[in-house]
Write a protein that binds this ligand. Structure first.
Ligand code: SAM
Length: 262
């Protein structure tokens, strides 16, 4: 396999060339529920899921970002079906995380605005890497008993402490033109990841030099982020047009090892 390459082919073909237990981490967003037709390409979910299980290393993680279309007045539930299928074939449903869009497309009708997609973290065994994102937590507490007060009461010193705690599993991102990425060319693709989402997930589940794979590479977001974060990467993308967009986008990040997030 060639590292640092987007294979312009069905991901089943790319995965077919990979040995068992090859990649450390997968992050991807499949074309779901025919919401967009991506030039007419279809994908075979069950075969792809099984191949993902085969090529993922023990302890590796697949982050599957997906939502449901509403068809005939009902959400399809495809996301749940897929998550349960991944379990059936051996993955653990390690964490059902939420990708919350701060500014979704407004919707009319008798439903609330659709603000989120699922990010199913599926692991092969227990995840071998977990570098949690943390946030400061500030609390005031009573600590360090100073002395016994005159009336015998215990006298504590009031302290303010700052520590770090793991963030929750709802991840908030602003999306859209100029926000998901600064790379204008990426918007020639209709459904790109916000870069920050990929940064957070790659940092969480991998270490430097790990191998990251995206079977539906689209505009190349996973490749760009992996490159910048010093992870190895491979991608598949069936559409020639999108591979060209991704390669053009990636040029400035892969040339001269310019690891700078724009
Ligand atoms: C939701 S988009 C991925 C967007 C990507 N996450 C990004 O940030 O640009 C899904 C992509 O999968 C591609 N695709 C569909 N079926 C495929 C297949 N069987 N193998 C590889 N790519 C496929 C589509 O052309 C589309 O670009």
């Amino acid at each position: 396999m060639e590292i640092g390459k987007i294979y312009n082919e069905n991901c089943l073909i790319t995965m077919g060339k990979m040995p068992n237990e090859y990649v450390d981490f997968v992050i991807t967003s499949p074309p779901y529920d025919d919401i967009r037709n991506y030039n007419g390409y279809k994908f075979e979910f069950e075969k792809i899921a099984k191949e993902l299980f085969r090529i993922t290393k023990q302890g590796g993680v697949v982050v599957w970002v997906v939502g449901d279309a509403t068809i005939d007045g009902s959400e399809t539930g495809t996301s749940f079906r897929q998550a349960l299928y991944f379990k059936e074939i051996g993955f653990k449903l390690h964490d059902t995380m939420i990708y919350y869009k701060n500014n979704p497309m407004p919707q009319t009708g008798n439903r609330y605005h659709q603000h989120f997609e699922y990010m199913f973290a599926l692991s092969k065994g227990s995840p071998k890497t977990f570098n949690p994102i943390t946030e400061p937590t500030k609390y005031q507490g009573l600590a360090n008993m100073k002395n016994r007060g005159q009336n015998g009461s215990l006298d504590y010193e009031k302290v303010e402490r700052t520590t770090e705690k793991k963030v929750g599993n709802v991840f908030f991102y602003s999306v859209g033109g100029g926000i998901s990425t600064k790379d204008k060319i990426a918007y020639s693709h209709p459904a790109i990841f916000p870069e920050k989402l990929v940064i957070d997930q790659i940092k969480t589940w991998t270490n430097e030099n790990d191998l990251v794979y995206d079977p539906f590479m689209g505009s190349g977001t996973t490749a760009k982020v992996a490159q910048i974060l010093n992870r190895k990467w491979i991608g598949s993308e069936i559409s020639k047009e999108y591979v060209e967009i991704a390669n053009t986008r990636l040029k400035e990040y892969t040339l001269n090892n310019l690891f700078i997030l724009k």
